[in-house]
Design a binder for this molecule. Structure first.
Ligand code: WQD
Length: 339
């Protein structure tokens, strides 16, 4: 069982994956540049795991520094690559920032390992756009991305697939996340949106705690049962466990050179259903209004997760109630312990 490098290891999904790697007996090295996370997460991780994280601050866009770092860590056998910019709206305003960061970091990483490593890549269901058929399977066509962020995920998958095809020493598993929400049951780590949350659940918890005003439901005129958009929300801890399963599969030489998996629950929930689920789970009353559709949003998506169950031996176990309760407990923790 080799040492695993987690890039973006103090981020939302990265930090939860560090915990699950620890729980599965892996030795972990974290790198981050804190461009979208907080150093305090390192202390939180130590509280949860009982071990001080092995951490290096590193700008993955600096080719020389990445090479030097990797050469200093000869016993790394696998990499889980989370480090990337991921704000859809910001990517539309600053496309070059997204293309530079998300591609330089990925290519520098692969080059630093001389293309000889097991790599888990953090991708997104956003590559499907609005699927023609639901639930969407991994075989569904990738559609023209609605944003530079989504485009970086699509192109990164192509870079990885084409490189793996001619590089037997490079194994890659791309994990297409649906909508990650919730927090670790300890409420010591969770989502840390910078500024006004763009994503639904962190906006809900900040509205409930009084940091934000009423929630605006972006459209209720979609062709869905209650008119609001549908997504496949998955607990971040379930998502983290899937990364461990993916690394394990590659380490046990079960994986093909390039594989893709959907990481969702296989169930869709509408915005209004999430709002009501939050209220029922927490007993908190939410204020919300109906607003216009949000530019770039798709109407509905949820994943077919058969392949992940069969080949990763993984399926999501935590339900919407646990997602809402854990997200709320984290928001309450932040209120008492501001980062
Ligand atoms: C979910 C639904 C909104 C806020 C994006 C990226 C995806 C991933 C997750 C990075 C939509 C509605 C939201 C609000 C609302 N990003 N909404 N009021 O857009 O499905 O996915 O974030 O990893 O790759 O594409 O997630 O949480 O922003 O929106 O009505 O205040 O909630 O319109 O229908 P999305 P989201």
């Amino acid at each position: 069982m080799g040492k695993i490098l987690v890039t973006g290891g103090t981020g939302f999904i990265g930090s939860h994956t560090v915990v699950e790697l620890h729980n599965s007996g892996y030795e972990v090295v974290l790198v981050d540049d804190f461009s979208n996370s907080n150093p305090k997460i390192l202390t939180q991780l130590e509280q949860i795991t009982g071990k001080k994280p092995v951490f290096f601050e590193l700008d993955l866009c600096d080719e020389r520094k990445v090479k030097e770092f990797v050469q200093s860590q000869p016993d790394i056998s696998g990499v889980i690559h989370f480090a990337a910019f991921k704000a859809v709206g910001e990517s539309v305003r600053e496309p070059l920032k997204y293309y530079r960061n998300n591609f330089y970091s990925l290519i520098n990483l692969i080059n630093a390992f001389d293309s000889s490593v097991n790599l888990v890549f953090s991708s997104s269901c956003t590559v499907y756009g609005q699927p023609d058929h639901l639930p969407v399977t991994e075989a569904a066509p990738v559609k023209k991305a609605e944003s530079p962020y989504g485009n970086t995920k699509q192109i990164a998958e192509e870079i990885l697939q084409e490189t793996c095809a001619v590089t037997p020493s490079l194994k890659v598993t791309s994990l297409r996340y649906f909508n990650p929400v919730g927090a670790h049951h300890s409420a010591l780590i969770g989502e840390l949106p910078i500024g006004v949350p763009q994503n639904l659940v962190p906006f809900i918890t900040q509205s409930a705690i009084g940091k934000r005003g009423a929630i605006v439901v972006h459209g209720n005129d979609y062709r869905t049962p209650d008119g609001s958009a549908i997504r496949d929300y998955i607990h971040v801890v379930d998502l983290a466990k899937a990364h461990v399963a993916a690394i394990k599969r590659m380490e046990e030489h079960q994986a093909a050179n390039y594989e893709v998996f959907n990481l969702g629950t296989g169930k869709g929930s509408s915005v209004l259903e999430i709002i009501h689920a939050f209220e029922e789970s927490t007993g908190e009353k939410l204020n919300y209004t109906i607003g216009p559709r949000r530019e770039g949003d798709i109407e509905q998506v949820w994943g077919d997760v058969t392949k992940s169950a069969e080949l990763l031996g993984w399926k999501a176990e935590l339900d919407i109630k646990e997602m809402m309760l854990s997200a709320w407990n984290w928001e309450k923790y932040l209120q008492k312990n501001p980062f």
